[in-house]
Design a binder for this molecule. Structure first.
Ligand code: ATP
Ligand code: MG
Length: 397
């Protein structure tokens, strides 16, 4: 029955020149989201509104599910459109629409018409009144309420006539791409995919980096990260995932530094490498899944130690979240089931029994000096052997 969707978006922050950037980015993200949906669609901007027209038969539930993942959309209105075959016929169509969408007619309504095509014989005020009257005559249980109606029935006169009244909530946020780009440190855990989702929701495009330590971490562990990136890419668009071989760096730190400081020093090298990649790829910041106090490497002291090595801002959208709250988001965005698959990540192998929780920066810096002989070369090799995987909803290329 539905042939199109009217896309609603929040107007705040979308004024003046930014409006076009915002709308164009939203159109691009909608096209991406619908690319693999059954059916063909035309996504277009018309008179300050964004419409998705179905050009063929399509899978309604799938289309709605996909649109619900596009940041920037505040509401999705399924639209019925009918040919303009005179006012009598329009009344019949509107009444048929109400019959189908609202089997229980004990409700109040208001007609809101819009004459986008000015050669239509009735003006919008007249249309409101005449359509309202036709509805009251046909549906005796319905009443008009112009202030707070149960149903706002929109009728828009264009080339065709659009009828809609329902609004399915969208995810909110800003269209990805309107807020620059950031480098997500993506592990196989629960937290970092959620962190990426939250930053992307504010309009930030994502690249990602995963530190892989074969043979201590398996191909399965790496595949899990690719799978997580793919789920996140349903919301963000394609993600350039850098896989960095971290084994030699990790072994070298293990050999040269006190074991209770391994995690912190390792994390500092991850941040340094991520920052180098970020700068090479025009990312404006780093993103991690850290949350205060979750583990030894995420106390305020430890965060200060990992933060110290970066010049770029490090965004930690989960910083004040409890684990349970993070799990809830990961369930909502569908990463949870993949995140809990039992493949080791590279930290677990080298984790000390009693890692420091209050690392002393001076001490850490001094112990890092033990690495002077080879670390630069190892970091360079890791960067030189970066494996780039382009991950998108339609598979990795
Ligand atoms: P997550 O659930 O995201 O793995 P975590 O609770 O396991 O987080 P840590 O292992 O301390 O926490 O990692 C903190 C953050 O550091 C992660 O959220 C992620 O952003 C980054 N990180 C950790 N390990 C890796 C890795 N192997 N590759 C890329 N990023 C990593
Ligand atoms: Mg982890």
């Amino acid at each position: 029955m539905y042939k199109a969707f009217l896309i609603k978006y929040a107007e705040i922050g979308v004024k003046g020149k930014n409006r076009y950037l915002f709308e164009d980015a939203l159109v691009a993200q909608i096209k991406y989201a619908l690319k693999k949906c059954e059916g063909e669609f035309l996504v277009h901007k018309t008179q300050g509104r964004i419409y998705v027209d179905a050009l063929t038969e399509f899978d309604y539930d799938e289309a709605v599910a996909r649109l619900k993942r596009v940041f920037g959309i505040s509401g999705i209105c399924p639209v019925v459109y009918v040919e303009d075959e005179g006012f009598e016929k329009l009344c019949e169509d509107v009444i048929a629409y109400i019959g189908k969408v609202y089997p229980d007619q004990n409700r109040t309504f208001k007609v809101i018409s819009r004459r986008a095509r000015k050669n239509y014989p009735k003006e919008s005020m007249e249309l409101n009144a005449d359509l309202g009257e036709a509805i009251l005559n046909a549906c005796p249980d319905m009443r008009v309420d112009v202030h707070n109606p149960d149903i706002m029935l929109h009728v828009e006169i264009r080339e065709k006539i659009y009828i809609y009244s329902e609004i399915i909530p969208g995810p909110g946020g800003m269209p990805v791409g309107t807020g620059g780009k950031a480098m997500l440190l993506l592990s196989g855990g629960i937290d970092s995919p959620v962190a990426g989702y939250m930053i992307a929701k504010r309009g930030v495009k994502l690249d990602a980096v995963y530190f892989h330590a074969p043979p201590y971490t398996s191909e399965r562990a790496k595949q899990k990260v690719v799978d997580l990136a793919r789920i996140v890419s349903r919301y963000t668009g394609p993600i350039y995932l850098h896989v960095i071989n971290f084994t030699d760096i990790q072994l070298y730190i293990y050999e040269k530094c006190p074991h209770d400081e391994l995690t912190i020093i390792m994390r500092r090298y991850m941040m340094r490498i991520a920052e180098t990649l970020a700068k090479q790829t025009e990312c404006l910041g780093l993103v991690t899944g850290e949350s205060i106090g979750q583990v030894a490497s995420q106390t305020m002291h430890s965060l200060a130690a990992t933060n110290e090595v970066c010049e770029l801002p490090v965004y930690r959208p989960l910083i004040g979240f409890d684990k349970q709250e993070i799990v809830q988001v990961s369930e909502k965005i569908d990463t949870y089931e993949t995140s809990i698959l039992p493949f080791e990540d590279c930290c677990t192998i080298f984790v000390a029994k009693h890692p420091v929780t209050k690392p002393n920066l001076k001490v850490i810096r001094r112990h890092e000096e033990n690495l002077n002989e080879k670390i630069e070369e190892l970091v360079q090799t890791a960067l030189d052997t970066d494996e780039l995987i382009i991950v998108s909803d339609s598979g990795s290329v």
